[in-house]
Design a protein around this ligand. Structure first.
Ligand code: AVJ
Ligand code: FE
Length: 438
């Protein structure tokens, strides 16, 4: 088998895998009314996500990659994320669940049929290394993570089961330093080589940083409760002006999905109510809350560059690795990814997956807020369309790094950049802190 055939084999396997995942979040677990319902104004009806990933696949793999005619051009507008805000999608004449299932299967059959004939050669940048197929696979996995956030917001009986059993005891928190020191100096940020990297991760460029300390693990519920119990939500001194305005406007006093019972805290997760586990990384806090916690702790959020250097720079070889542990693909003992469990592992888990500096859980478990606005790297070029990244560049969105327990290994890597508004809490986000080394 030559290199092109190997890439095609991987593409076919990944297309099948991501579709299984999408069906397991929709048609296999919920009935029609639940699929078309709006579970939260923050989210699309699940049936919108399902047909949207099919329409995206039609546009990029049937039309652009294979050069075939459009199947259903008249529905492009319905599934255009820029035409209709999430809150209004429930009012559109969307395909029904069964029509959506038939449509995405129809698209998929054409994609598999044409994949055999498409040439993944370097003379067409869209196809080189299978890029556009990787883009469509990553797109569907990202929507699967979005659908998991919809499931988390949904009220009603639980329908999701973890793919793997409970976290094995041996993988639980191991003692390690609370913070690690990253020496000052340059490192290579981003990538020019990764064939499936998005335009916003490119190009590789040198960033020189002063020395800093960064937490070896994500902030836990125990840590966050200490902030809450010391009046963290009551004192404007820990909050930026915007953050305090958010705090006052919303009346929030705890992470999303937490509620008080007696003297303790419970949380609702995928329809199950349970005591808040102290050792788990805190999830469902917005950027303002993360930033306030960090100030209260005498620290700050890491910049995006600090996060990436701590995650993937190897001071011994002076190289930036693909992942904290090296260049090998993620496995369950290295990172908690891919919805294998329906939540993060205890803070401090998986020492084998640590970065050369000793930071654990940089990949998987929770998305980590950074202090940095989502902007283009120097030398950025739109590829292949400006609505993926470029239209979001500016000061509105904050960068999150590392992926969560819900992120698929094909999406999680040391250079991947996520972004969201600083008020958002429904995504699977947490944070770790940093501070200057003086
Ligand atoms: C990169 C997760 C912010 O969900 O808005 C999905 C990914 N882009 N469809 C998003 C995406 C187009 C994007 N994020
Ligand atoms: Fe999308």
């Amino acid at each position: 088998m030559n290199a092109e055939e190997r890439v095609k084999e991987r593409i076919a396997a990944e297309l099948a895998g991501v579709r299984e995942r999408s069906l397991g979040l929709t048609l296999r677990v919920l009935d029609g009314p639940e699929l078309v319902a709006q579970h939260s104004p923050l989210m699309s009806p699940l049936v919108w996500d399902l047909a949207h990933v099919g329409n995206y696949e039609e546009q990029w793999l049937v039309r652009a990659a294979a050069g075939q005619d459009a199947l259903r051009p008249e529905i492009d507008d319905l599934y255009d994320a820029f035409e209709h805000p999430r809150a209004s999608r429930v009012t559109l004449p969307l395909l029904s669940p069964s029509e959506s299932a038939a449509y995405i299967a129809d698209v998929r059959a054409r994609v598999l049929d044409s994949l055999a004939r498409v040439r993944l050669t370097p003379d067409r940048p869209l196809l080189a290394g299978g890029f556009v197929y990787g883009m469509v696979i990553q797109h569907e996995h990202q929507h699967d993570e979005t659908m998991l956030a919809t499931h988390q917001l949904r009220r009603g009986e639980p329908v999701l089961e973890p793919l793997a059993g409970p976290e094995p005891a041996a993988e639980g928190a191991a003692p390690g330093p609370a913070e690690v020191l990253v020496a000052g100096g340059p490192f290579v940020m981003g990538t020019s080589e990764d064939p499936w990297a998005y335009d916003n991760e490119r190009p590789a460029h040198v960033v020189d940083l002063p020395p800093y300390w960064i937490d070896a693990a994500p902030v836990s519920n125990r840590d966050y409760l200490a902030f809450m119990e010391s009046g963290g939500y009551d004192h404007p001194r820990w909050w930026t002006a915007e953050g305090w305005a958010w705090r006052r406007r919303t009346g929030k006093r705890a992470p999303a999905f937490w509620f008080r019972e007696g003297r303790g805290w419970l949380r609702r997760r995928f329809g199950r109510v349970e005591p808040v586990p102290p050792g788990e990384p805190v999830q469902h806090v917005c950027w303002y809350e993360a930033d306030a916690y960090a100030r209260w702790a005498g620290k700050r959020l890491p910049t995006e560059a600090e996060w990436e250097k701590a995650a993937r720079f190897d001071p011994a070889s002076r190289r930036s690795l693909r992942y904290p542990w090296g260049d090998a693909d993620p496995t369950p003992d290295l990172a908690n990814l891919g919805q294998r469990r329906l939540g993060p592992a205890p803070s401090g888990s998986r020492p084998r997956g640590a970065s050369p500096y000793g930071c654990r859980q940089m990949i998987g478990d929770v998305w980590e807020w950074t202090s940095t606005d989502f902007r283009a790297y120097p030398g950025f070029r739109v590829f292949p369309y400006k609505e993926y990244s470029e239209v979001f560049f500016g000061t509105e969105y904050k960068v999150l790094r590392g992926g969560s327990w819900a992120t698929h290994p094909t999406v999680a890597r040391g250079t991947f950049r996520n972004w969201d508004l600083p008020i958002r809490r429904q995504i699977f986000c947490g944070f770790r802190c940093a501070r200057d080394a003086v």
